[in-house]
Each structure stands twice: as structure tokens, then as C-alpha cells.
Design a protein around this ligand. Structure first.
Ligand code: ADP
Length: 590
């Protein structure tokens, strides 16, 4: 039970702001059930009227005529049904709207929270699993609030009201009819604690499916080019089968619950029938009271069969609650700085920086480099030498283990993350476009930009020409579900964004690596224009791209092994010279 309680307590705490609605909805559910329990009493009263006539219970409130008593009962029945329906409507609306609000808020809270988590955390996560949590798990909770909460309240109300009534009528019959309840409750709690881990496993397996689907849909090009469709289909089949298997194991247990409960109910019902019947025959209780007992036993015990389904829903929801709230409670481990950069010159200093990814060997060792304000500096080196990692440190996606990185002499750890990232425009190899118009995609660089500024940025990025050929020009919808663009065109939009951002520091991380020669030449022209007077850091493996940089640092295995201008480095006859020879040699062959 303790294990089951924890997520509920977490959920209640989280729903603190909805306490009033929860109370109101709960009250409506309970009142509805009170009215719902009235008909057996009315039947008992009707039997009492026809059996005892002017000596009935109703006559004791002053209605002596038997016909009038029947009319009186009919009027009460109308009222009770009316109120029952009214409260059913009220609790339906309240719980369902609450479920909608809670799932909406949870999704936003979780997304808003994880968006602020550090990049390092994201790199460790499976996107598919995060999507499963924000969709499936949040919906699971919605389902419980929609149906489960009311069910639990109804069962509790039924048990309390009917047991009380039974004890009023005859405590001996009451004992018989409620005898199965402790058994049923004990069974339900046992069931609950045994099924909880199975549902946790189901959610885990659902997350695995999300992870796989996300991975495969993103990598469909690779799958197709390697004709890996069959292999991937098989992989999904196994993962999906795994999910079914996990669900089957939960179903096996949950399906056995109702038949077992029915047996317990049967015992209670038979006991009431026989023992209550005997008491009526020997005149201890009235025929009307006996009718109430028999009908009420049905009403008392039958809803308990639903306990299984409700606990089922509850346990599924709690497994999801844990996943959702765990995400929500993930702490931001990167402390934000408090300084705001103003009038940035853009001098960047990397001082004795060493860094290792969590649980990995060292990636950068004692790296020192300086980018004077307004100058262009390049970093070259073999794949895996740590170039992108250095950029991540500069943007403070991670913090170095040793040493420091400074902008205008201020350690980046002291600068507000928002201010730091506003001062840097990053153009990387992978361009993300949003499902919006071309115009809005460029505007991402500066949300306040005017249409004219956007067109100007597109023109500097040499993107105007192709944008004008799109069906609706700047208003053409692109990205997912929209018009598709080539790698070079996407890169031009990303440069336009950077132009619009107009940040004092510009970082190009392999920005021109995967585009054709013509696009590269165009991008080079744009870059020459936008890097002017701006601190620019270029990471490129095509050395022709960085030939004119003011200074070039050569990185190998996380260490700076040489630096200087292109001409210096070519004379040094070390790694840079070797790379240059290979690349110019390749160019010669073309
Ligand atoms: P480059 O940009 O020079 O190709 P990277 O900076 O991307 O090199 O990578 C440097 C090293 O760090 C590589 O060995 C790579 O495997 C490792 N690495 C990169 N990203 C991560 C990460 N998120 N977690 C662990 N190791 C990483």
C-alpha cells in the first residue's frame, strides 16, 4: 500500500490549486449516490404500504389513506430521480472538466519544466520516451480523473450508507451481508499491491515503443537507404510484443479479480436471503424491511465488483503519475548566473579548460584559446577531437570540470543564461525548421523584427532568390507537413536567422559542411558580410572555408596542438599542413 500511496499523495499535492473543485465534484458524486440508493428503500416502503395498509411506516407521518400513500411515494420517486440526474450531470461536468484542466496543465508544466533543464540532461534522454510521458501518461491520468475517482467515491458511499441502514434494520442480517466486505477489501488491496509493479512495467514498455518509433521515423532515410525496413519492422514487432506481454501479465491478474469477488458477494447475498427470510417468517422483521435488505444487498455488494476495474485504472494512473511527476521534479542542476551582458565587445577567452562527459574519458584537456573582439578564429581537427564540445561549453550547455570560459572577461557561469545565449548566434550543421511560414522561421532570430528586416536578412543570406520561387514566397509554409527544402536552402534560412539575431558573437559549427559547392560559395559571401566586426568562431573541416581566419587552432584528442594563421601553420609542417595537403590534393584530383 505504501508504494501505492506515494504517487497519489504526490498527485494531490500537485493538484493543490484545484482543491475546491475536487471537493465540489466529490460532494456531487456522493450526493448522487445517496439519491441513487433511495429506490430500494422506496420499494420497501411500497411493499410495506400494500402489506400493512393503514399501519405502514408512511401512515406514521400522517398520510393515512393507502392510495394517498402510494401517490406520496410516487411524488418522492420523481423528486429523487430528478435530483439523482441533476447531481450526475454536475459531477460528470466537474470531474471531466477537472480531468481536462489537469492533463492540460500537467502537459504544459512538464514541457515548460524540461525545456529549462540543461542540455546535458536532454542529450541523455530518449525523445520518444519523453513524448510518451507527455502524451500517454498524461492521458492515463485524465482517464482516472474522468471515471475512476467517481467510482471510488460511489463505492465508499454505498458501503457506508447501506451498512448503517442494515444495522438500523437488524444488526444480525447486517453482519451477514457485510461479512464479505472486509474480505473483498483485503483482496483488493492485495491485488493492488501486486498489480502496481506490473503496470509500472507496462508504462516502461510503452516508453520503449515511443523511443523506437521516434528513432525510426527520424531515421527513415537511413532505414530506406540500407533497405532495413524488414529489420526495423521486426524490431518494432519485438518491442510491441514485449509491451503486449507486459500488459498480458497485468491482465492475467486483473481479470481474475472480478470472478473472485463475485464468489464473496454470493456468500453475502445467500446469507441475507436465508437468514433475513427466516427472521421475516418468524415475524422479527417486516416484509417491507426484508425487501429492502434483499435489494440493498444487491446494491451494496454489486458495485464492489467494479473495484477491480477501478483499482486497475487507479494503478495505471499512479504508474503514469510517477513518471510524469518524476519528470516534473527533475532538478535543474545548472545554476544560472546573475550578470547581464550589455554592450558586448565579444572577446572570448578559454582558459585551461578540461572537460569530460559524465562517465566518459576526458574530452578536452587544458584547452587555452583566445578570440579577440571582432576577430574571426577557426578551430579545426579530426572528428571526435572535441570541437563541438567546446561550442557546447561556450553556450553553457555544460560547465567545464576545470578552467573557465570568459566573455569580455566575465566567467560564463556568472552570466544569466538568457543573456549569454542572446549574445551568441549559432549556425550549426543541423537546421531545425518549424512548421510555420518562411517568414516566421527567419523571425525566430528576432521575434520583434519587421518584415523588411526579415527580407533584408534573407537577402544577406542569399536566400531571397529561392524564397521567391516558392509557391507563396515568404508566406510559404515549410518544415514538418509543409514545403520541403534542400539542405543548402535550409542552411541559408539558418544564416538569415543568425543575421537577424545580430548577436555580437557568431559561431558556425560545421555550417557549410554538408552543402554543395555553389551553396558554400554563397554562404561564404554571406558570412564574410555578417562576420565583419563581429567575433566569429568557425568550426570546419573544409580548410578552404577558414583559410582567411585571423587565427586557427588545431585540436587533436581534446588538446590544442598548434595555432597560428593559415600561412604560419602551412609553414610549420605539422598536422594542419598534413590536413591541408590532403584536402588540396583531393581538390587537385577533381
Ligand atoms: P568533434 O566536434 O570534434 O567531432 P565532439 O566534440 O562532437 O567532436 O566529440 C568529442 C568526444 O566527445 C567524442 O569522443 C564523442 O564521442 C564524445 N561525445 C560527444 N558528445 C557526447 C555526449 N553527449 N556524451 C558523451 N560523450 C560525447
Amino acid at each position: 500500500m505504501v508504494r501505492g500511496d506515494a504517487p497519489l499523495r504526490r498527485l494531490i499535492k500537485h493538484m493543490g490549486s484545484h482543491r475546491k473543485t475536487v471537493w465540489l465534484a466529490s460532494t456531487c458524486s456522493v450526493v448522487n449516490r445517496l439519491f441513487d440508493l433511495a429506490p430500494p428503500v422506496l420499494i420497501g416502503a411500497a411493499v410495506d404500504v400494500v402489506v400493512r395498509g393503514e399501519g405502514s411506516v408512511i401512515s406514521s407521518i400522517g398520510i393515512v389513506d393507502v392510495h394517498h400513500q402510494l401517490w406520496f411515494l410516487a411524488a418522492i420517486t420523481f423528486l429523487i430521480w430528478g435530483f439523482e440526474s441533476l447531481f450526475q450531470y454536475l459531477y460528470g461536468v466537474l470531474w471531466r472538466n477537472l480531468a481536462q484542466t489537469v492533463q492540460h496543465e500537467l502537459r504544459l508544466d512538464v514541457y515548460g519544466h524540461i525545456q529549462n533543464l540543461e542540455m546535458g540532461w536532454f542529450l541523455e534522454q530518449s525523445k520518444g520516451n519523453l513524448m510518451a510521458i507527455m502524451n500517454d501518461d498524461v492521458n492515463q491520468l485524465e482517464r482516472f480523473l474522468d471515471e475512476g475517482a467517481t467510482d471510488l467515491l460511489h463505492v465508499a458511499t454505498t458501503v457506508i450508507v447501506i451498512s448503517t441502514l442494515f444495522f438500523i434494520i437488524d444488526w444480525r442480517v447486517a453482519l451477514f451481508s457485510i461479512a464479505p466486505i472486509p474480505l473483498i477489501l483485503w483482496g483488493s488491496f492485495r491485488f493492488q499491491s501486486r498489480i502496481a509493479p506490473r503496470y509500472a512495467d507496462v508504462r516502461l514498455k510503452a516508453g520503449n515503443i515511443g523511443t523506437l518509433l521516434e528513432n525510426n521515423l527520424t531515421g527513415i532515410t537511413t532505414i530506406k537507404s540500407f533497405t532495413g525496413e524488414d529489420k526495423e519492422f521486426e524490431r518494432l514487432r519485438i518491442t510491441s510484443e514485449d509491451y503486449c506481454e507486459s500488459n498480458r501479465s497485468a491482465i492475467k491478474l486483473s481479470a481474475s479479480f472480478v470472478p473472485l469477488i463475485r464468489m464473496a458477494i454470493l456468500i453475502g447475498f445467500t446469507a441475507t436471503l436465508i437468514f433475513g427470510g427466516e427472521l421475516t417468517l418468524n415475524g422479527t422483521i417486516e416484509v417491507g424491511e426484508f425487501s429492502i435488505l434483499v435489494f440493498m444487498t444487491q446494491r451494496l455488494l454489486w458495485p464492489l465488483t467494479r473495484l477491480g476495474a477501478t483499482f486497475d485504472l487507479y494503478q495505471r494512473a499512479m504508474a503514469s503519475t510517477n513518471r510524469v511527476l518524476d519528470l516534473l521534479e527533475t532538478e535543474v542542476s545548472m545554476k544560472d548566473g546573475d550578470k547581464t551582458l550589455v554592450d558586448v565587445d565579444g572577446k572570448v577567452n578559454v582558459q585551461s579548460v578540461s572537460f569530460a562527459y559524465p562517465e566518459r574519458d576526458s574530452t578536452l584537456e587544458e584547452v587555452n584559446l583566445e578570440i579577440p573582439a571582432g576577430k574571426t578564429v577557426a578551430i579545426v581537427g579530426p572528428t571526435g577531437s572535441g570541437k563541438t564540445t567546446l561550442v557546447r561549453l561556450l553556450l553553457r550547455f555544460y560547465d567545464p570540470n576545470n578552467g573557465s570560459i570568459q566573455i569580455d572577461g566575465i566567467d560564463v557561469r556568472e552570466i544569466k543564461l538568457s543573456s549569454l545565449r542572446k549574445s551568441i548566434a549559432l549556425v550549426s550543421q543541423r537546421v531545425t525548421l518549424f512548421p510555420e511560414s518562411v517568414k516566421e522561421n527567419i523571425r525566430y532570430g528576432n521575434l520583434d523584427a519587421t518584415d523588411e528586416e526579415i527580407e533584408n536578412a534573407a537577402s544577406i543570406a542569399e536566400a531571397i532568390e529561392f524564397i521567391n520561387t516558392l509557391p507563396n514566397g515568404f508566406d510559404t509554409k515549410i518544415g514538418e507537413g509543409g514545403y520541403k527544402l534542400s539542405g543548402g536552402q535550409r542552411q541559408r534560412l539558418s544564416i538569415a536567422r543568425a543575421v537577424l539575431k545580430d548577436a555580437p558573437i557568431l559561431i558556425l559549427d560545421e555550417a557549410t559542411s554538408s552543402v554543395d559547392n555553389e551553396t558554400e560559395a554563397a554562404l561564404q559571401r554571406s558570412l564574410a558580410q555578417i562576420s565583419e566586426g563581429r567575433t566569429t568562431l568557425i568550426i570546419a573541416h573544409r580548410l578552404s572555408t577558414i583559410r582567411n581566419a585571423d587565427n586557427i587552432f588545431v585540436l587533436e584528442n581534446g588538446k590544442v596542438i598548434e595555432s597560428g594563421t593559415h600561412d604560419d601553420l602551412v609553414l610549420k609542417d605539422k598536422m594542419y599542413k598534413r590536413l591541408w595537403d590532403v584536402q588540396t590534393g583531393m581538390q587537385d584530383k577533381k
